[in-house]
Design a protein around this ligand. Sequence first.
Ligand SMILES: Nc1ncnc2c1ncn2[C@@H]1O[C@H](COP(=O)(O)OP(=O)(O)OP(=O)(O)O)[C@@H](O)[C@H]1O
Length: 712
Amino acid sequence: MRRLSSAKAKFLRTEHTPQMEFRIAETFQKSLENLTNQEQKIVKAKAFDIQLNISGNSNQFHRLDRAKDNNFWSVRVNSDIRIIAHKSGKSVMLTYVDHHDDAYKWAANRVIRKHPKTGAAQIIEVKESSKDTNIWGTSSATLAPDKLFAELDEEQLAAIGVPEEFVFHVQTCDESMFFELTEKLPAEASEKLIEYAAGGISEDDLVLPTPTSQDIELEDELGLNHPDARRRFALVSDEAGLHAALDFPWHKWTVFLHPEQKKFTELSYNGSARVSGSAGTGKTIVALHRAAYLHKQDPTKKILLCTFTKTLAAALQQKLEILLAKDPLALDKIDVFHLEGLASAHLKRNGQNPNIVSKTQLVNFLQRSAQSAEVTNYENGFLLSEWDNVIDDWGIETLQEYTDLSRLGRKSKLGINQRKDLWLIFEETKLLLKKRKLTTWSRIFRELNLAHDKVAQYDHVIVDEAQDISSAELSFLARHYGKKSNGLFFAGDIGQRIFRAPFSWSSLGVDVRGKSNILKVNYRTSQQIRAQADLLLPKKIKDGDNQAEDRSGTISIFRGELPRIILNDDEVSEAQIVSDWIEKQISEGIAPTEIGVFVRTEHQYKRALNAIKKSGNTGVVLNYKLDGDDSSINYGTMHLAKGLEFRSVAVIACDQDALPLHERMRLFTEKADIEEIERTERQLLYVACTRARESLLVTGVGAGSKYLYDLA
Ligand SMILES: Nc1ncnc2c1ncn2[C@@H]1O[C@H](COP(=O)(O)OP(=O)(O)OP(=O)(O)O)[C@@H](O)[C@H]1O
């Protein structure tokens, strides 16, 4: 009879525990990324093998005798590569993968343990370090004249999840070591410290949150189910989940959600709810996960994930395909549309093909109507804006309705006589539209009735970039889906409203009060870029229902270079600056497709293209399919940038008359209207700047846009 080593025997004794749990640690994904494609392939195959045979693969595991944590085991992938797995209780977790010696080295000095205060599992690197030796080899005491966290005692640091080994280093950390330190700490502790250092929280906030009844219910031996741990150690319950984790290891969002993101993903409510947060805080990620989550809860339900432009819908579809790569049935049950696309598809099914009036036609009609009504003291732009935001969007059909209207989104107070004059123009325009059998999207949404269209009967509707929804679109959604359980879910940032005037959602029966919350961790943008872009907007912004959203206290989880804001004498020198910047990005290994160049209007495209060409590259205008070629730099208007992201972004041609756009400003005389335009122009610059992950350049010519002075 062959005797088993005691280690293997112990493994076998525990392996038949019912309902073994399989997990992937974030560190595993990260290490997988560092392997070659070929190596990744065989590691993935082995990972699937482990998952499939979770209760019967003991002979693949070899305990690491010299590791500090005796729950670490190695799994042979080939003669060179080893997976490091952690096994405790009923959980098997892949934690690391590398070439043999490096994998063993990684495991030798690490332990996974439950934080004594917070109860969350953490991976800790345990060095043979005494208190006066810095974890990175230098003496922190001598490096830290301005200690950032000297005021915080051990108790407070423990309450936010700082592991015991790091307490001294946190207490002696200064600004120069700050990010190096926070990168080594568990995310929950880093985030609280970043927030504290940025002045966002006081010492009083650094207390242990009271566990909820659900936390207590989920409590486990190692703390792997703790909400803070789940963002590092993802439970993978099926093959599709493992595919999502392994096929796109750099897309961490597919498996690791912030506890707040998870909360919103799984929120249950009647009617409507909303998740907010400044740019890059993962609202779209919540929208995607929520769609997948609702499908999993009940695969018979139909789900609509929608937004406003084709470009954004294409971006959502791409991400959904990543999240559900191996779950075609789920993909089938989740439709992604931009709202006009949804309406078009419905009309087509009914054999209708509406003739939508173009902007040029509309301006022409308004102009002609003004002449025939002999009311010529209003600019075309003003008429168009009044038409779009008031008459058409709110479906105003009579002078009475117009005079009764409480100017919802519009801030200016048009007197009765002015409205009477203007009504002559709009009434005539309506007639012209009717005569030519033309219509508008707002009219379509107001009249759209999907009651008998089975294809469009959705159980759950999720709307991304909801800050730019029109009243006609919102009332359409509310009519059809607003009363259902988990009917409408909105993700958006009112600080990024760039297309529409604000209006009261509650007046249309959409009440998200008490069912909305704000995400505060920015995953996209470096601390430096985010902090600077935030200077453009007030800390609190009110929505159309007068509800204030507090944007302060948002933190970024990584650092980068400071954004550069440069004013130039002329366009030639601007092109040189931008071209040099592009060359620098490329020399640092950033691919052309990871660079975006944005301008205020299409008229400025030439400036973008000149700079791109000067750097020796080719440029391509961003298109809605997001299928630019593999070697060109994307450029486009700031509006087109919405919802997208690039490693490096240049926002150029920010001249005095471009931001705020002079052509737009001169249409209005009322202070309130001008303020509203100023707000959206500012927000537009904020949107463009926050597309940048690592590097941001903002340029203008001459005196430059006044907003650049706030940004600097
Ligand atoms: N939990 C997460 N883990 C890792 N990365 C994340 C996570 N959540 C979001 N991200 C990443 O952060 C970036 C921003 O996410 P997302 O686009 O969802 O933000 P947003 O709030 O919708 O931004 P915007 O308002 O600018 O459209 C994306 O690159 C996304 O992959």
